[in-house]
Write a protein that binds this ligand. Structure first.
Ligand SMILES: NC(=O)c1ccc[n+]([C@@H]2O[C@H](COP(=O)([O-])OP(=O)(O)OC[C@H]3O[C@@H](n4cnc5c(N)ncnc54)[C@H](O)[C@@H]3O)[C@@H](O)[C@H]2O)c1
Length: 401
């Protein structure tokens, strides 16, 4: 088996989780970590192991490629670097596994897809659930009509995030100091998976996600941030299926993710606080357990390694990830962010956490009744803004008041 050389960029945050698997399990998968790249490598909890293994660390990808080469570049860097770095690494001749979300704005996603096509390099986007056996099996059953026509899907995630989370330089920012789009938010980053997963499951073929056609959206900020930490979206897909997404970081009680995906012949449920598995209950009384989407979190990495050798598949590429980005860009173009009044906000000194008391309970009630906060008449709610995705995006207007 040919050994695939790997460079890992962004080792201080989520990327750190690939360090030890690459060092320890890489050889079994025919992969060798040849370098790490990070301007602040000492932040990585495994920096001693990296150095002990004799793996060089570079401050930039440019510096790395001046001296060396890797068959595969794994990019776990901030969102606004995804496009430039993916294109750069492909131009240098590497395949790329870029972390989700694909990038900040749709024209950049087009550049990434075009570069991948023109250069003949594989470009994977790292939504790990889309690489899991569980989601793949469920998607195949949906595509083959086993569950019947989709009726609707709903998703709820309440994940408190404290001061340290929002203190990261690019967190919850719309733009960099030099004016490049970031558009980081709860819907773009930590819970992007769960919007993507609904769109992905309804995509006809393995690497396809379905397109959003119309969105009703409410976005709020509990924290003192540029973008939003609380969102309610009702996305209508191009085939008319309503997808409800409710998510907040501005709460003090953790809840979810929980999902209910309803089809003509079955309802699929997922509750991470209980069994954490996709379980379908069919109208004939039978039950199918698809397993946990969290099994094999590094399947995406080993699949990207296999793809270098000409095996493996593209489970999730740029085009697969674009429907999620269309939603995010649509929010930036059309939807105002309401600031929850300061007098309603509580602060937990010990956890350094700002939150709206009772928010988790209120969103659970929305989830149970399938309503947006404004429809449920929640005390903090503002009217939803509606827009068509098919009308096209006006980038000149992105984020304008
Ligand atoms: N798949 C998942 O479950 C998952 C989970 C968390 C984060 N992510 C994604 O990973 C990416 C990074 O998020 P994070 O939370 O780890 O961010 P972070 O800010 O915590 O860490 C990013 C790391 O990248 C480094 N970095 C910054 N600029 C760089 C550059 N030009 N070249 C190389 N390294 C650079 C930083 O020093 C830092 O170590 C985002 O796209 C995020 O959405 C994915």
């Amino acid at each position: 088996m040919r050994t695939v050389s790997v460079v890992l960029a962004g080792i201080g945050g989520y990327g750190r989780l690939s360090v030890m698997p690459l060092l320890q399990d890489g050889p079994a998968h025919g992969a060798k970590l040849v370098a790490c790249v990070d301007p602040f490598p000492e932040k990585c909890q495994f920096i001693h192991e990296i150095r002990a293994a004799g793996v060089p660390v570079y401050a930039s990808l440019e510096e790395f490629y001046e001296k060396d080469f890797a068959d595969l570049a794994v990019l776990a860097t901030p969102i606004h670097f995804h496009c430039e770095q993916s294109v750069f690494c492909m131009q240098k001749g590497s395949d790329v596994l870029c972390e989700k979300p694909v990038c900040s704005i749709l024209p950049d996603a087009e550049r990434m897809a075009e570069a991948s096509r023109a250069l003949g390099r594989n470009l994977h986007i790292g939504y790990q659930w889309s690489h899991s056996a569980c989601v793949t099996a469920l998607k195949e059953d949906i595509a083959n009509g086993l569950l019947g026509k989709p009726i609707g899907m709903k998703t709820l995630i309440c994940w408190p995030r404290n001061k340290a989370y929002f203190a990261r330089g690019w967190a919850a920012k719309n733009k960099t100091a030099s004016g490049e789009y970031i558009l980081d938010s709860i819907a773009m980053n930590a819970t992007a998976h769960y919007i993507h997963n609904m769109l992905y499951l309804l995509g006809g073929s393995l690497a396809a996600a379905c397109e959003p056609a119309h969105i009703a959206a409410e976005t709020y900020r509990v924290n003192e941030i540029e973008s939003f930490d609380t969102a309610a979206l009702r996305i209508t897909t191009d085939s008319g299926v309503p997808l409800l997404y409710l998510a907040t970081h501005g709460c003090d009680e953790i809840y979810g993710p929980v999902f209910e995906y309803t089809f003509e012949k079955a309802t699929v449920r997922y509750d991470e606080m209980a069994e954490g598995r996709f379980i379908a209950e069919f109208s004939d009384g039978s039950v199918k357990d698809y397993g946990s989407p969290a099994d094999g979190p590094l399947a995406k990495l080993w699949n990207a390694v296999d793809c270098v050798r000409g095996h493996g598949r593209i489970f999730c590429g740029v085009e697969t990830s674009v429907p999620h980005l269309r939603c995010i860009n649509g929010l930036a173009e059309h939807v105002p962010v309401y600031t929850i009044p300061a007098e309603r906000i509580a602060y937990d000194e010990k956890k350094e956490l700002r939150y709206l008391p009772g928010l988790t309970r209120e969103l659970i009630s929305c989830y149970n009744s399938g309503r947006m906060p404004s429809e449920a008449g929640l005390s903090f709610a503002c009217p939803a803004t509606e827009f068509d995705i098919s009308a096209g995006m006006n980038f000149a207007g992105l984020l304008e008041e």
